[in-house]
Design a protein around this ligand. Structure first.
Ligand code: AMP
Ligand code: MG
Length: 410
């Protein structure tokens, strides 16, 4: 499928592509990574499940008591105050003999209910004295028994293919006795930061230089998404060095991410280098912050060129790179649905779709006061992004779309 793209040279073309359109176009050209392998449950946190996983057992495996009390057969109780001899004591962890007719068995929470008992009377409704229990309040038949298979039936799917395993999924798999999980391969990602002005933190800054913060942000985001990171590299603004770095990256990575070097400046060497190796679509996506974003293919390896400004990098990572990564990983939901939350601010209409750095407080969205694309403190302050569609006015109290960082990059 080919898409009409707006290239850098095509300056007269309208800039109308929404983030959603761009994301859908990008994803439509990709396919999830093939293959799967078994990993131990203890190693599976954050991995993506390769196939639907079924429970090999019923959970609970047997009828068991939900309370401390006495297991009885209701028909043996003649009325309130009925007395039955206590014929057994059943603790959790043992398999009991059938209940002797006309008796009760002392039973504890989680213990297997004996065959021929149909009800557990809670201990608060019983008095035990000299080996006899009197039942002060008659139970309903079947009360206080957790039935075998009530939570999970043997053979039923417990975790679906495409799930990114969280501690609760691992707990569920453990509860059905699975020790290994088939997972998708980890995505190997190469990050390249372009720019002659960049210096690694910890070194002194010479005049004209700035610290490379994109590298650190991208590394953290990729780790959050469970990627395998190839050693990150800083690439000078030179045609040959850019080409070499991209060549090397495509030989090792499943995805190559760059920051900077994709605007219209003379020092932007990414575009020609990618074009020489494969294909590059440079879309002026109608968003703020974030345009332009480049998407391409380095002869079989997907490429995403993020802008250079740190806030733009963070936002475009959330909107494009994270969904690309999740999609390549085989995750079932590459991009989250928004939550509608009332805004605590007014905002005039703007030509571009905006992604404001916001924070939820008292059930309302508050925006960081400085929303410039160089202001990284806005991202550090925020807990998510609010999407304001192009040409829309926001009045305080309007419900607007919110995407939490956890949902975007978790
Ligand atoms: P560029 O798109 O390369 O022109 O970069 C746009 C802006 O982002 C410039 O002000 C760059 O100095 C800045 N920038 C680019 N890369 C980084 C980086 N890795 N860390 C921090 N700022 C950067
Ligand atoms: Mg640059």
């Amino acid at each position: 499928m080919t898409h009409p793209v707006v290239t850098m040279t095509d300056r007269s073309a309208p800039v109308t592509m929404s983030a959603k359109d761009a994301r859908e176009r990008i994803l439509s050209t990709l396919a999830p990574l093939n293959g799967s392998g078994l990993v131990a449950l203890g190693q599976a946190l954050g991995r993506v499940v390769a196939e639907d996983l079924q429970s090999p057992i019923d959970v609970p495996p047997a009828d068991n008591s939900a309370m401390d009390g006495y297991a009885v057969r209701v028909d043996d109780l003649t009325g309130e105050g009925s007395r039955l001899p206590v014929s057994a004591r059943i603790q959790a962890g043992v398999f009991p003999a059938p209940l002797e007719p006309g008796t009760a068995a002392r039973i504890f929470t989680g213990a297997v209910v004996p065959e021929d008992a149909d009800t557990v009377v809670i201990q608060e409704h019983c008095q035990e004295d000299n080996g006899l229990v009197s039942v002060e309040k008659l139970p309903k038949t079947g009360a206080n028994i957790r039935r075998s298979g009530e939570d999970i039936g043997s053979g039923s799917t417990v975790v679906c293919a495409g799930t990114c395993l969280q501690p609760q999924h691992l707990g569920l798999l453990a509860s059905v006795g699975l020790a290994e999980v088939p997972v998708r391969p980890r995505l190997r990602v190469q990050v390249l930061s372009t720019g002659d002005e960049l210096v690694e933190p910890g070194r002194p800054l010479a005049p004209g230089q700035i610290y490379n913060s994109n590298d650190t942000v991208l590394t953290g985001l990729l780790e959050r998404l469970g990627c395998e990171l190839l050693p990150t590299q800083q690439v000078p603004d030179a045609a040959e060095a850019t080409r070499e770095a991209l060549e090397q990256a495509r030989g090792q990575a499943d995805l190559v991410l760059t920051s900077g070097g994709v605007s219209v400046g003379e020092a932007d060497h990414v575009k020609p280098a990618v074009e020489a190796m494969g294909r590059l679509d440079l879309w002026k996506i109608n968003i703020k912050p974030g345009k332009p974003v480049a998407f391409g293919d380095l002869g079989g390896v997907p490429f995403l060129g993020l802008p250079g400004n740190p806030v733009s990098v963070f936002v475009t990572f959330c909107l494009f790179a994270a969904p690309v990564i999740r999609y390549l990983q085989g995750r079932s939901e590459p991009f989250p649905d928004p939550i509608q939350i009332p805004a605590a601010f007014d905002r005039p209409a703007a030509k571009r779709e905006e992604y404001l750095r916001v924070r939820i407080k008292d059930g309302q969205l508050h925006g960081y006061p400085h929303q410039g694309s160089g202001v990284m403190s806005s991202v550090a302050w925020a807990d998510g992004l609010a999407r304001i569609p192009a040409d829309s006015v926001v009045a305080s109290g309007d419900r607007i779309e919110y995407f939490g960082f956890g949902a975007l990059v978790g």
